[in-house]
Design a protein around this ligand. Structure first.
Ligand code: ACM
Ligand code: ZN
Length: 537
């Protein structure tokens, strides 16, 4: 395509001075693999002093690109507003292209300049990510001004709308800047959902103004726990207690950071089980009155809200009300997994509730609990997400199921949306090698990179008519045995790159050998940026 023929409907443009031709065209190592990519002869030189030209609405993406180029020592580019191409050698960003798909983009690199066109800001942002991944890798400290980018035409959009990562910050606390570092990596790989597991038995991590003891008491435990070396983490308060929490200002900052990277945050407030930290602070909302503790090993415990006590629902609703104010996204995750029913069996209030509701099994009380909470969530214009077990006792009317131990096909065929994060293919707490002597201690399991890459999110027994209910995929990082952020990075990278490709790229483009080539380049990028990862061979 002639440069002048490139449509300019929704384009962000960088302007670069003319420079040397790229003599040695490389195949760009983009992850996730674009839907269509056509390598072309020659290259474009990103010269120092080049400009990014952004049309109306594209300026934020332009500034993001300039910052990311600076981070990579790839020059200081000036962002200018405009719709016309001021000569050659620019990167032009064009928003409002009606042709590109919903989250799609068209990226053209020609010797004269770069154009990224998109229908909306997300698509434009993803085009920028592909361009960033076309920069050659360079050792740390080596300037990359005047770098050559191979000429290419890419027309790309994602296969799935939910491309997620869950981080458990309860078992160990991770700071705001650590979370933001993870959001950066997600963005670079076109992932768009960060599921923030904010509460569990071993720690409550979100400030709730109406219930200050949740973080005064519930955010802390006596010790690091899980048999770990106390020195493996820095997360000790001034009084020596182990833990931490996010203030509401912290949360707002992270939400904004994610939004600037087109990432939706789905907060998870666990209920009715996995709630020992909340009940340590407010035991009156349990069946037994406590006491409860956060000093627990991994496992399933009786920190469960009383399903017969209206005050417990009042507490949950108050907490969710503050959560709705902090998180603008449409989804709120309420957990719902691994709920032991012993307390409910022995509780007069729970038994009375069962009689009132005509329930014969305690496990059906979970259905009652979730359905009641869903009504509140829907009344507040949000959608409930819960783990597989929320199907027990009757699925709430509008619930989205996060499948970790089954139920996807049944839920989708009943008209519910589903996110796939099965235990066997998406749990990044599992070992990356069968030889445990070479790996840091992990919870168990075995999930090599190749298995993540080969995961197919659409269940084989789901008829085509219901496949649209599979929103996408998600990796889960449970952190019992990951006390440091470096350790989290080791478990996440490069497996997250495989997941990104599963969530974005066409099924027909899956090619393990080619991915293996690209993943090595991507790991070199991590090295450049100082991000820890497991080595690839
Ligand atoms: C889970 O892994 N308990 C959802
Ligand atoms: Zn009870």
């Amino acid at each position: 395509m002639n440069w002048n023929m490139i449509p300019r409907r929704a384009v962000a443009i960088f302007c670069f001075g003319a420079g040397a031709l790229l003599t040695n065209a490389q195949t760009p190592a983009i992850i996730p693999q674009p839907e269509t990519m056509e390598a072309r002869a020659g290259g474009f030189v990103l010269a120092s002093g080049a400009k990014i030209v952004a049309n109306a609405g594209a300026e934020d993406t332009g500034r993001y690109l300039a910052a990311e180029l600076r981070r990579r020592d790839a020059g200081e580019l000036q962002v200018v507003s405009g719709t016309t191409v001021p000569g050659t050698g620019c990167v032009q960003l064009v928003l409002d292209d009606p042709v590109a798909g919903k989250e799609g983009y068209v990226l053209t690199v020609a010797p004269e300049g770069v154009i990224i066109e998109a229908h909306n800001a997300s698509g434009l942002f993803y085009g920028v990510q592909s361009l960033l991944q076309m920069l050659p890798t360079a050792p740390a400290g080596v300037s990359r001004t005047n770098i050559a980018v191979p000429c290419v035409y890419i027309n790309d959009e994602p296969r799935f709308q939910w491309r997620g990562l869950m981080l458990d910050v309860s078992r160990h606390f991770f700071t705001k800047s650590e979370v933001e570092a993870l959001l950066d990596e997600m963005a670079w790989h076109k992932l768009n959902v960060f599921h923030w597991h904010l509460t569990d038995d071993q720690g409550w991590r979100i400030e709730i103004k109406k219930y200050p003891r949740l973080t005064e008491v519930g955010a802390w435990r006596k010790a690091i726990g899980f048999g770990l070396d106390p020195k493996a983490s820095q997360d000790y308060g001034a009084d020596g207690r182990y833990g931490g929490f996010y203030t509401q200002d912290d949360i707002r900052e992270v939400v904004a950071y994610a939004a600037a990277r087109h990432i939706m945050i789905v907060p998870e407030i666990e209920m009715p089980g996995h709630s020992s930290a909340a009940l340590m602070a407010y035991p009156q909302f349990s069946c037994t009155g406590g006491p409860f503790t956060t000093d627990l090993p991994g496992g399933v415990f009786n920190g469960v809200y009383c399903a017969g006590n209206d005050a417990a629902f009042g507490f949950v609703e108050d907490v969710l009300t503050e959560v709705f104010e902090l998180f603008p996204g449409p989804f709120v995750h309420i957990g719902g997994d691994e709920v032991p029913v012993d307390n409910w069996k022995n509780c007069a209030k729970c038994q009375a509730r069962m009689r009132e509701e005509g329930l014969t099994k305690e496990s059906d009380l979970e259905g009652y609990f979730i359905r009641r909470v869903e009504k509140f969530i829907n009344a507040n214009h949000r959608r409930l997400v819960g783990w597989s077990e929320i199907r027990q006792g009757g699925l709430a009317a509008n619930a989205t199921v996060m499948d970790w131990v089954g139920g996807a096909t049944e839920a989708a065929m009943a008209g519910h949306d589903v996110v796939m994060s099965p235990l066997n293919d998406c749990y990044f707490d599992h070992y990356q090698s069968l030889d445990h002597s070479t790996e840091p201690y992990a919870i168990g399991g075995y999930l090599p990179l190749r298995q993540v890459y080969q995961f197919e999110p659409i269940p084989t027994n789901l008829p085509a008519a219901y496949q649209g209910h599979i929103l996408g995929v998600q990796a889960n990082v449970w952190t019992e045995y990951m006390p440091s952020f470096k350790h989290v990075q080791y478990m996440v990278f490069p497996r997250l790159f495989a997941l990104a490709e599963v969530g974005w790229s066409p099924k027909s483009s899956r090619n393990w050998d080619d991915f293996s080539r690209r993943v090595k380049v991507d790991c070199a990028r991590l090295d450049e940026l100082g991000v820890n990862h497991r080595a690839v061979k």
